[in-house]
Design a binder for this molecule. Structure first.
Ligand code: SF4
Length: 126
């Protein structure tokens, strides 16, 4: 995040400036994973405060805000904990690469082709 603004009513506004984008909508902010994570972190530190997020499109001055409610924050927290547990506990050396459409543009394709179970012929059909 670029900035946190503290408003007179005690609410905290997470502000992110985007130099590359022209427009932004409330839906963009509400569905932005990073802005969701920032809200989760700030709410954790300040559970008694209203927390919301704003994205500014610097080139046009367009801006939009959104606020995740308690249920959405709890769902995001649960999703992050699930993914984090997966990352920490997965037995990566024994994960077999599975050919898929995006493999053709992947930098790791030469490595995956070395795996005995990686059938590069499936890339044509993936
Ligand atoms: S080539 Fe890339 S995308 Fe495909 S399985 Fe390997 S790492 Fe994943």
């Amino acid at each position: 995040m670029d900035r946190i603004a503290e408003h007179p009513d005690g609410s905290l506004e997470i502000v992110d400036y985007k130099s590359g984008r022209q427009t932004v909508t409330e839906e963009d902010v509400a569905s932005d994973l990073a802005m969701g994570c920032y809200q989760l972190l700030v709410r954790h530190k300040h559970p008694d405060r209203r927390v919301f997020a704003t994205i500014h499109a610097l080139r046009t001055g367009d801006e939009a805000s959104a606020e995740l409610d308690d249920a959405s924050l709890a769902e995001l927290r649960a999703d992050l904990q699930f993914i984090g547990t997966e990352i920490l506990n997965r037995d990566y050396p024994n994960v077999a690469p599975i050919p898929k459409r995006l493999c053709s543009g992947c930098d790791f394709l030469p490595l995956c082709r070395k795996h005995p179970d990686f059938d590069a012929g499936l890339l044509e059909d993936a």
